[in-house]
Design a protein around this ligand. Structure first.
Ligand SMILES: [Zn+2]
Length: 440
């Protein structure tokens, strides 16, 4: 019986995407004057390679930097040393990295891979959530958030608003350009997640004017000004609500129930043994102060093996017995931004919370964004590359896969990422070490 060898996706292979990112980086203007030894694109692509290879530190990466696989696979002409990389990248405006995310996104559209992420009727689920990745009382830069303690000490921190297309039936996420939460130049006040969301939505609509999305967020975002902002940017929403924070809304739901306006629906899933009970009602005022703002309310009790979990959300999407189950699945997929994005970056080999270098201006933010870009390319491989999927299945865990990938990268002369994935999948023929014999 013939065995089908796993293939790579022509448009969306790691090699194709590295070339795309490299080309887009080459078009960025260098902030330095004259003709520097190492061009900006090489420095940025080297940092991208650092995260793509999941090197544990810049020093570990630096030790291997003479390896010519970096030149061949990542298209880097000259790799800077660790100090030089930090110096070149520190003044880079984080916003200048946005086109790389757009390029990969468009390639996903061209390669027909994005449509596999559609949630309902041409709409994608877009999860937004903030996370911290750096905190120190010693190290800081011009863009650090500052927390002044009563005893006079200051805690410096970096956070970002992450954004990713998610799908309830898929582990993969498609991260978009994140919005850094930083102290703006010269500002005395810290930035906050809500302001970052405002900036994010404006830029999101500029980047993707026609993309139909349903934003999912936690219950902190279920407030009138934020929902009005979502409306202004022509996005739908599916947001968590909490009893303690949304007492007015829940009183209105109780009144609607007494008036017989609430609909009930139950569903038993034979395959999982889960039982779902829903209660929903449309056209509810969210708060007393914004009575004109109407939301549709969904409540769900899930029972599995006598264990009951309770959830509630508000949405502008139509809720009925035909849609409520799918909406529940979409709303609960929100955890993928935490689990499959932030936790993967923090605990699955990317070292998101490691300080690769902080810099004085933007270095910490630039590194975080390039790491997200490397993660995006990896997620595309996971979503569309049969050869990557087969290699991952062979090694069982991501951690082991990255470890084996790095070992091959440093030990063998490779032609391409496809060559590397093939070596991961099929194995390599071991050769005896070549020893330098001292003949003196
Ligand atoms: Zn900082």
């Amino acid at each position: 019986m013939a065995i089908m060898a796993p293939k790579v996706h022509k448009l969306l292979s790691a090699d194709a995407l590295f070339a795309l990112v490299r080309k887009a980086l080459s078009s960025l203007g260098d902030h330095r004057s004259g003709t520097p030894d190492i061009c900006l694109a090489d420095a940025l692509m080297s940092a991208f390679a650092l995260f793509s290879l999941k090197s544990p530190s810049l020093l570990a990466f630096d030790k291997e930097r003479t390896e010519d696989n970096l030149q061949r696979l990542y298209g880097i002409k000259r790799v800077p040393c660790d100090t030089s990389m930090r110096e070149i990248l520190d003044p880079v405006e984080p916003e200048s990295l946005r086109p790389m995310f757009k390029q990969v996104f468009w390639q996903l559209q061209r390669g027909k891979a994005l449509e596999t992420m559609v949630f309902v009727q041409g709409h994608y689920l877009l999860a937004l959530d903030g996370t911290g990745y750096f905190s120190s009382t010693q190290i800081h830069c011009a863009s650090c958030l500052e927390q002044h303690q009563r005893n006079g000490t200051v805690t410096y921190a970096h956070q970002l608003l992450g954004a990713a297309l998610i799908h309830p039936d898929k582990r993969e996420v498609i991260p978009l350009m994140p919005e850094p939460i930083v102290k703006p130049d010269g500002a005395s006040k810290n930035d906050c997640e809500r302001n970052a969301a405002k900036r994010f939505l404006t830029k999101f609509r500029q980047d993707h004017p026609h993309l139909q999305v349903i934003v999912t967020e936690d219950s902190l975002s279920s407030n009138a000004p934020h929902i009005e902002m979502l409306h202004e940017h022509n996005v739908h929403y599916l947001l968590g609500v909490k009893e303690g924070d949304h007492a007015f809304l829940l009183q209105q739901v109780t009144q609607a129930e007494q008036a017989g306006r609430v609909t009930y629906y139950e569903r038993q899933d034979a395959a999982t043994g889960a039982h779902h009970r829903f209660r929903f009602v449309s056209n509810m005022p969210l708060t007393a102060s914004h009575a004109a703002l109407r939301v549709n309310f969904i409540e769900c009790w899930e029972t599995i093996n006598s264990k009951v979990q309770h959830f509630s959300w508000v949405t502008d999407l139509r809720v009925n017995k035909g849609t409520v189950y799918r909406l529940m699945q979409g709303a609960r997929a929100r955890w993928r931004i935490e689990n499959e994005t932030f936790n993967t970056l923090k605990n699955q080999g990317y070292h998101f919370e490691h300080n690769f270098g902080h810099g004085y201006q933007h270095l910490s933010v630039v590194f975080a964004i390039l790491m997200m870009l490397a993660f995006l390319v990896d997620q595309v491989q996971q979503l569309c590359c049969p050869l990557f999927q087969a290699s991952w299945a062979k090694w069982g865990s991501k951690r082991l896969l990255w470890e084996k990938m790095r070992a091959l990268f440093y030990d063998y002369a490779l032609d391409s990422m496809e060559h590397l994935f093939r070596a991961l999948y099929y194995g390599v023929k071991k050769s005896a070490p070549i020893l330098d014999i001292d003949s003196s």
